[in-house]
Design a protein around this ligand. Structure first.
Ligand SMILES: Cc1cc2nc3c(=O)[nH]c(=O)nc-3n(C[C@H](O)[C@H](O)[C@H](O)COP(=O)(O)OP(=O)(O)OC[C@H]3O[C@@H](n4cnc5c(N)ncnc54)[C@H](O)[C@@H]3O)c2cc1C
Length: 464
């Protein structure tokens, strides 16, 4: 691998230029910390295709209408004291020439940005494991647009089911399949389940709430493997008791606009598939000419720098670093991204100030994991201590509420949570974000089975 080491010299007349690519947990926090440490001594620019920082742990609550989009998204410019913000999509990164080509979001105009230091913080994207049909027909839960699209779709489905006289078609409409038994899958399933039942009970006279079926498909033996066996079992029992069906040890292998095909040859006729089955890195990150981990994340050393390019830092979901406490790669979580951001900002400042010997190694022992699994119920594993039920749910809310980036957002979220306790579900759709429709609604349900059988030439198909 070519070694390009041209350190920025303090004798140079201009300020060092730092480019931060990505404005999520990793990028926004590097920006905030780096400004504090470097002040006016560096020219910092953050490039992001979204002009806001998104607080993803609360994203499922946008789909259920519990929170509003502006509650959990903060304009990146509010973090910029001395730094610049560039609302653009990164097209290519030339590590040798130290150039990044970006395209402006509004008019697609291309610009080349030069840098002395670069921070890779572009996060991850959904991994469909090469299945084009699933990618085409599934909703995802990664961006604000995704969450709003799920909400609009769920409400449209209720509206349609309320008018549908054919009971079989109505049942098909009211079946929601969520693939993925991790945090994102379980949290979106529980939010949607609660919202659908609440809305049907209060507003849709022609829908029997007991006909609403929310189904989680998990490739593992249970759900939430991150919280361990005991809490995972508790979560599985609880979500099942709350009416969500969980199919374990099974994968979704194909999908159409009106069905999902599982690895055991079961077909689930449905109008909604939500994919939370895993993440991978952006192809741009995967194609960088540097060392990559198994999932395409760029390998960094303990200072969160690329070994081949000491002027390049990487962190968050797009960085690969082995946790020496347990030998596993650090997971893709906001907690890790936030802590890595502090270390990157410190090391950037050390590097620019010529104090390499003050660089800090990233050494973080995960203190806990938490998830909500229903209304006022959660599970948490904190410093090895298992917490269940209301206490875990309260801890989840408190922890994430305290981590919201501004006081304005804290007040908005607290207020919306309070309003939700008092008022009924809001069933208004925002009409301009519409991603998927079901065009073959007239198709009798058994033809889904026949069609898939023909396509897969398998004789053992059954349907749920
Ligand atoms: C629904 C959901 C729930 C979650 N819940 C939790 C939780 O409870 N706890 C937890 O710890 N973690 C949770 N996570 C995981 C957490 O969101 C991620 O680990 C975290 O966001 C990683 O931070 P990041 O900055 O690396 O990436 P991101 O936060 O994804 O930020 C990536 C940034 O890069 C920008 N970007 C990407 N590509 C380009 C491009 N080509 N050009 C310009 N900009 C680009 C994006 O717009 C974004 O600003 C959840 C994730 C989801 C989706």
């Amino acid at each position: 691998m070519t070694q390009v080491i041209r350190k920025f010299s303090s004798k140079e007349s201009r300020k060092p230029r730092i480019l931060i690519l990505g404005g999520g947990f990793a990028g926004s926090n590097v920006l905030r910390e780096a400004q504090n440490r470097l002040g006016n001594n560096a020219e910092i620019t953050l490039v992001s295709q979204d002009n806001f920082f998104l607080f993803t742990p609360m994203l499922p609550e946008i789909s259920s209408g519990m929170l509003h989009p502006s509650d959990i998204s903060t304009p990146i410019r509010t973090f910029c004291k001395t730094a610049n913000f560039c609302h653009a999509k990164v097209l290519s990164i030339d590590l040798e020439e130290r150039k990044v080509t970006v395209v402006r979001i509004f008019d697609q105009k291309e610009t080349v940005l030069e840098y002395d230091y670069i921070v890779l913080a572009m996060g991850s994207r959904d991994n469909f494991f090469g299945n084009a049909n699933i990618e085409e027909f599934a909703f995802t839960i990664k961006t604000l647009e995704d969450a709003i699209a799920i909400r609009n779709h769920a409400i449209s489905v209720l509206e349609c089911a309320d008018q549908e006289k054919d009971k079989i078609l109505q049942e098909q409409l009211l079946r929601f399949v969520i693939v993925g038994g991790g945090f994102a899958g379980v949290e979106i399933a529980t939010e949607i389940n609660h919202f659908l039942h609440d809305a049907a009970k209060n507003f849709y006279k022609n829908i029997d709430p007991s006909k609403i079926r929310v189904i989680i498909v998990s490739a593992r033996n249970g759900i939430l493997p991150e919280v361990g066996q005991e809490l995972g079992n508790f979560a599985l029992d609880y979500v099942r008791k709350s009416g969500i069906e969980v199919i374990t040890n099974t994968k979704a292998v194909d999908a159409g606009e009106d069905h999902v095909l599982l690895s055991d040859n079961t077909i689930i006729p449905c109008a909604t598939l939500i994919w939370a089955g895993g993440v991978t890195v952006d192809p741009l990150i995967a194609s960088l000419k540097c060392e990559h981990g198994a999932s395409g994340r760029v390998v960094v050393d303990k200072y969160l720098k690329l070994e081949e390019y000491p002027n390049i830092f990487a962190l968050g979901d797009c960085a690969h670093l082995v946790d020496h406490h347990n030998g596993a790669v650090y997971p893709t979580t906001a907690q890790i991204a936030i802590r890595q951001a502090k270390v990157v900002a410190k090391n950037l400042a050390a590097e620019i100030n010529g104090q390499d010997n003050t660089m800090e190694a990233f050494d973080y022992k995960n203190k806990g994991v938490m998830a909500t699994i229903g209304k006022c119920v959660g599970v948490a594993l904190i410093n090895g201590r298992k917490v269940y039920g209301f206490q875990a749910w309260f801890l989840w809310r408190l922890f994430y509420w305290l981590n919201l980036p501004t006081n304005e957002k804290k007040i908005k979220v607290a207020f919306d949570w309070l309003l939700h306790l008092i008022f009924r579900a809001d069933i208004m759709t925002v009409g301009f974000i519409k991603k998927k429709t079901l065009t073959r609604l007239e198709t009798p349900i058994y033809s889904v089975l026949e069609r898939t059988q023909e396509e897969s030439s398998s004789e053992n198909l059954s349907y749920l």
